[in-house]
Design a protein around this ligand. Structure first.
Ligand SMILES: O=C(O)CCC(=O)C(=O)O
Ligand SMILES: [Fe+2]
Length: 284
């Protein structure tokens, strides 16, 4: 059987994302892994269901995409695994084991860094039977759908991103940065329209949370433009809604997507995800 027969690729939604079937990740051969990595770089997101991955399996697999990135808040990493971050509402021994509701609100990961993470992987260990979906927006389709005039008007804009601004204003766990975190996370400027290095496709790379200014466009107009563009990118026609099952591996390409978590009834249900990041390049 050739690689195409063994590895079934179907879109997550028309024109976006790829569900890859027929692959058992810890046992995958080189050709299968290459097909999975290629699908990732060209489709914006990939999903593999029914996986059974130890922390070491997750780390070996993610290395096919690049070098794992460390996490900003080390207190929520898996003991012994600084590159595996825990998203959870669970409390063990009186202490939260992970970050809860961390990704609620449209954003792209690590956008407050000069080299934001290229890829985010979530592996579902425990999922609520309802709620907690993860939504991915296709920033390339959103860019392509703009009129030529609108594209020309916004093409050269640059955004100011600030971790301090994000942490001060977020809905859950708002805080002022410690002097150490502030020193590790200076503000950065990124283009609004980002080019994908795999094939040159353009993405409308807007975000909420870390963006506090459009360079050269004073507030409130700057932030009004951001709100308008985020509303454009996150229209239903550009969004894939992922409903979680235990064993799902979902990976998205932060160079061309926005994502958000959603709430769930955390008084009734537990959620536990392992998150891994892959280092990225400076956006252009
Ligand atoms: O929990 C989720 O569904 C999304 C979390 C998120 O934004 C992230 O891990 O980067
Ligand atoms: Fe995120």
């Amino acid at each position: 059987m050739d690689i195409l027969e063994r590895t079934r690729i179907t879109p997550l939604k028309a024109g976006f994302g790829a569900q890859v079937g027929g692959v058992d990740l810890p046992k995958a051969d080189q050709a299968q892994v290459k097909a999975v990595v290629d699908a990732f770089h060209h489709h914006g997101a990939i999903l593999l269901r029914d996986q059974s991955m130890t922390p070491d399996d997750l780390l070996s697999f993610i290395r096919h995409f690049g070098e794992p990135e460390g996490h900003t808040l080390q207190e929520f990493t898996l003991p012994g695994y600084p590159n595996i971050f825990i998203l959870s509402n669970k409390i063990v021994g009186g202490k939260p084991i992970g970050a809860h509701n961390d990704g609620v609100g449209w954003h792209t990961d690590y956008s407050y860094k000069a080299e934001p993470v290229m890829c985010t992987m979530l592996y579902a260990v425990e999922v609520p039977p309802e709620g907690s979906d993860t939504l991915l927006a296709d920033c390339c389709a959103a860019w392509d759908a703009l009129s030529p005039d609108r594209k020309a008007a916004i093409a050269g804009l640059k955004l100011h991103h600030s971790y301090a601004h994000f942490m001060r204003n977020r809905e859950w766990g708002a805080m002022e940065l410690s002097p150490e975190l502030a020193a590790e996370n200076p503000d950065v400027i990124h283009p609004l329209v980002r080019t994908h290095p795999a094939d040159g496709r353009k993405a409308l790379w807007v975000s909420t949370g870390t963006v506090d200014e459009v360079i050269g466009l004073p507030n409130p107009e700057g932030l009004e433009l951001i709100d308008e563009l985020v509303a454009w990118v996150t229209q239903e026609q550009f969004v894939y809604r992922h409903k979680w099952c235990v064993g799902d591996v979902l990976m998205w390409d932060n160079r061309c997507t926005l994502h958000t978590g959603t709430l769930y009834d955390d008084t009734k249900y537990d959620r536990l995800m392992h998150r891994l990041w892959v280092k990225g390049d400076r956006p252009f």
